[in-house]
Design a protein around this ligand. Structure first.
Ligand SMILES: Cc1ncc(COP(=O)(O)O)c(C=O)c1O
Length: 397
């Protein structure tokens, strides 16, 4: 019998360049992590406690802050931070529409209103020049997101906030260790919010987060709120929640924190190496902001000289983005879209009344941005494979 029957399914290459390879990272720290986990298991102290307190001190110091309060996720960090400043139903919080949903979700969950203003094209971060016009009598706070690992332009944001008596929360979920003029993410606003979701540069073995602040009163309030508002136990001063961090997560994160600067340096090297490769392939424009042409269909992210970009993601802008994504997938290369729908156009915010076209820079980013693999353990040659596949795509369109 003939054995030349066609395959039932076309054979596609398996992923050869993933977006992230946590197994490769774990292989380098396996023994240290297991030892730390064992320490917690032997202690049987699983919720808050000494391991969490040690992590809080270490993250606070790493982030140039006085206080760190471990919480259950980056989402809960934002929620508890907004609760701590006393956000009330009907209050308004100015923020960016080009972020992960939790930034705006936390505002809405407290009955407050997210007020979206547009972003800067070159950094994907909130445009400080757009903030002032959005301030009303109801405005209480600004949430600045440090997207993809690069900090928002904090000086003008802090100036506007101070002039208008607004509080500033830094959503630093993607930006641990990022710097703006020598100051670390989470240390400039009234409160900083971090995520330890596994894909973050400092990722746990599950959910986790941290709130940072230099204000002792806000630190006390976040501590109170993360554990049902108890003080002492079973005597509730305020209505809080269970936003506690587990000791097992803290133990893993303490091990990983020791490696974080090395991993960040490797991400920065990869990001730096993309630029000449994309250039040699004739793919990039010199303008990092937005403008690409048929002959140079890709724009690379701005790495501002006064900032330390920690490249949680390396996000390009590109022509025919959705088709390029499919082409890369067919070549075994993982890329990702962060974020396909800006927050002001999400169905759940319909009643806020935003229309398509109202925040054009964000809307354009949502249709052009593509994250390429930049993780620290990327094997040699992977960047060239990614760039070759991109060049191959544009040579055919
Ligand atoms: C900008 C931003 N804010 C908030 C969060 C929420 O963090 P978590 O997933 O830990 O709840 C994330 C996580 O993806 C994020 O990227």
């Amino acid at each position: 019998m003939s054995s030349t029957k066609p395959a039932l399914y076309p054979i596609k290459p398996s992923i050869t360049v993933p977006l992230l390879d946590l197994k490769a990272q774990y292989a380098t720290i396996r023994d240290e992590v297991r030892e730390a986990l064992d320490r917690v298991i032997e202690s049987q102290y699983f919720i808050l406690g000494p391991e969490v307190e040690a992590l809080e001190r270490e993250i606070a110091s790493y982030s140039q802050c006085e206080f760190g309060i471990g919480v259950s996720s980056g989402t809960d960090a934002l929620l508890v931070a907004l609760m701590a400043i006393g956000l009330e139903p009907g209050d308004e919080v100015i923020t960016t529409p080009y972020s992960f949903f939790a930034t705006a979700g936390a505002i809405a969950r407290l009955g407050a209103l997210p007020v979206f203003v547009d972003i800067e094209p070159s950094t994907f971060n909130i445009d400080p020049a757009a903030i002032e016009a959005a301030i009303t009598e109801q405005t209480r706070a600004i949430i600045a997101v440090h997207l993809f690992g690069q900090m928002a332009d904090m000086d003008p944001i802090m100036n506007i906030a101070r002039q208008n008596r607004l509080q500033v929360i830094e959503d630093a979920a993607q930006a641990i260790g990022a710097e703006y003029k020598g100051r670390r993410a989470g240390s400039i606003g009234d409160l900083g919010c971090f995520s330890f979701f596994p894909s973050k540069n400092l990722g746990g073995f599950g959910d986790g987060g941290m709130v940072t602040t230099n204000d002792p009163a806000l630190s006390d309030q976040v501590k109170l709120l993360r554990n049902h508002g108890y003080k002492p136990k079973y005597y509730n001063k305020v209505v809080g929640g269970n936003f506690r961090l587990d000791a097992l997560q803290a133990a893993v994160l303490r091990v990983k924190l020791k490696h974080l600067d090395g991993w960040t340096a490797a991400r920065q090297r990869n990001a730096a190496n993309y630029r000449p490769l994309l250039n040699l392939a004739g793919l990039i424009t010199n303008d990092p902001a937005t403008t690409f042409t048929d002959s140079q269909p890709v724009a690379v992210p701005l790495d501002a000289s006064e900032s330390r970009h920690i490249y949680n993601q390396f996000v390009i802008r590109c022509a025919c983005r959705d088709e390029l994504l499919i082409h890369l997938k067919d070549q075994g290369i993982s890329a990702a879209i962060f974020y396909p729908v800006p927050l002001h156009l999400q169905e759940c915010f319909n009643e806020l009344g935003y229309r398509s076209g109202q925040l054009p820079v964000s809307e354009r980013a949502a249709s052009e941005a593509l994250a390429l693999p930049v993780y620290p353990e990327l094997p040699e040659g992977s960047l060239a494979m990614v760039v070759d596949a991109i060049a191959d795509f544009y040579s055919a369109v």
